[in-house]
Design a binder for this molecule. Structure first.
Ligand SMILES: [Zn+2]
Length: 432
């Protein structure tokens, strides 16, 4: 079924593992001993950041392309697309989102992904257990292989069915099943140039459990064991002489949610939006951030919306098209405001710092307040971690200058001798 290639170290390759939502300050010898130990054999990026909004589908696009949303073009976990001249809210996590985005805007992402760039050199295989949309933005145009529980695709987006599909559940049980298959089939047998394992934990548990609670800490330990499985397989391949770069990272951290805000309902009450379902003003919820779209044909007083937002206790920072570029938000599509919800360094019941307001999701579904959330610019949701181990990276080194998710692709491409100009990120080998 599969053939081993490049055995004997003939071509360098990269293995990237992402533990979704893991905060940098939760990396410890107690809870994540394997990841903590990797700091001594690899380089630790002590000021690593997410992007804005710090949502998985957005960060996934930034990891895949090496660019901020302003360049790759996916603004949020939920976004408005213009359909028949009207603002229409889309959930970028849905399996059909990539097709909708392509149909309505011409492209899913504006920048080639690593899967596309590496297609001619033994390609990319992505195993992903978060939302379907987050999985498919790694390779929306079908240059490599993407495995997800909703559906898996090979080159040309040909569906992978039957026993070769990835029949797992979201959460630790599915993560572990995905890891075991990834290790045996991808790292040890198929040996693509880029192998990505994106685990759903600890993010899945953090959304429904207080940060620092026993259940949360147990999830960190189990996720660490999945990282250990991958590292053991990499060690085995390196012993055979292979030149492998390992990057282990998270995409964002979490903050404790203090309350959920129904921004759309508050705007209706304030007379700034016709009704909850109206398309004059549409709020796209993004966890602890929101994207607010305004139809200029229906709304003349955008300043009234800004004044309303500025006066709300839940509003942290407001961005508009004049300063979108500063924070990496894509302009156009009638996007009028990016809002990062207010946050502080207060602690939760387990003494874990970082609290933020969150935006009620479009379906009105509240995740429990007191649990984790992300999307905004809070200190801890903007503190994911990154470790790189392999050629080009010094063992035990700490890099303190700021890095972010956009640095992963340039680093991978640099390692493979395929450096690309004009990406937002830099190759991290140059900082080391
Ligand atoms: Zn995530």
């Amino acid at each position: 079924m599969v053939s081993a290639q490049n055995v004997g170290g003939s071509s360098p390759r990269v293995v990237l593992v992402v533990t979704d939502g893991m905060r940098r300050d939760f990396i410890s010898t107690e809870n994540t001993p394997v990841i903590a130990n990797l700091k001594s054999t690899g380089t630790w990026f002590a000021s690593h950041r997410s992007v804005f909004p710090s949502c998985t589908r957005v960060v996934s696009s930034s990891v895949a392309t090496g660019c901020l949303p302003a360049k790759h073009g996916l603004a949020g976990n939920s976004v408005c697309l213009i359909e028949d001249g009207k603002l229409t809210l889309h959930d970028a996590g849905k399996p059909q989102f990539v097709d909708d985005k392509r149909r309505l805007t011409g492209r899913v992402l504006n920048i080639p992904t690593m899967a596309e760039r590496l297609a001619s050199m033994n390609g990319a295989i992505i195993f992903n257990n978060v939302s379907p949309g987050a999985a498919y933005v790694h390779d929306p145009d079908g240059h490599g292989h993407v495995y997800h529980r909703a559906a898996s695709y090979g080159p040309g987006r040909v569906p992978i069915n039957g026993p070769n599909a990835l029949d797992i559940v979201q959460g630790i049980e599915g993560d572990t099943a995905a890891t075991e298959r990834f290790v045996d089939e991808v790292v040890l047998q198929r040996r693509p140039t880029l192998a990505v394992l994106w685990l759903s934990e600890p993010d899945t548990t953090q959304h429904i459990t207080p940060l620092g609670s026993p259940r949360h800490l147990e999830m960190l330990r189990q996720t660490d064991r999945n990282v250990a499985r991958v590292l053991a397989a990499v060690s085995q391949c390196r012993e055979e002489g292979e030149d492998i770069l390992v990057m282990v990272a998270s995409d964002h951290g979490h903050e404790t949610t203090v309350d959920y805000v129904d921004i759309a309902a508050e705007m209706v009450d304030a007379g700034l939006k016709r009704s909850l379902d109206s398309d004059d003003v549409v709020v796209a919820p993004n966890g602890t951030a929101a994207l607010i779209y305004v139809d200029p044909g229906q709304v003349s007083d955008i300043e009234a919306i800004r004044n309303f937002l500025e006066s709300q206790p839940w509003c942290g920072q407001i961005f508009d098209p004049q300063n979108f570029r500063d924070v990496g938000i894509p302009a156009g599509g009638n996007l009028a405001f990016g809002v990062a919800m207010a946050w502080d360094d207060g602690t939760n019941e387990y003494g874990v710092p970082g609290r933020s307001y969150a935006v009620l999701s479009a379906n009105g579904q509240k995740k429990p307040a007191g649990c984790g959330q992300h999307g905004g610019l809070g200190r801890y949701e903007q503190s994911p971690y990154l470790i790189a181990e392999g050629r080009g990276f010094k063992a035990g080194e700490t890099v303190t200058s700021e890095t972010s998710a956009v640095e992963i692709a340039p680093t991978v491409l640099h390692f493979l001798g395929r450096a690309v100009a004009d990406l937002d990120g830099r190759a991290l080998q140059e900082l080391n």
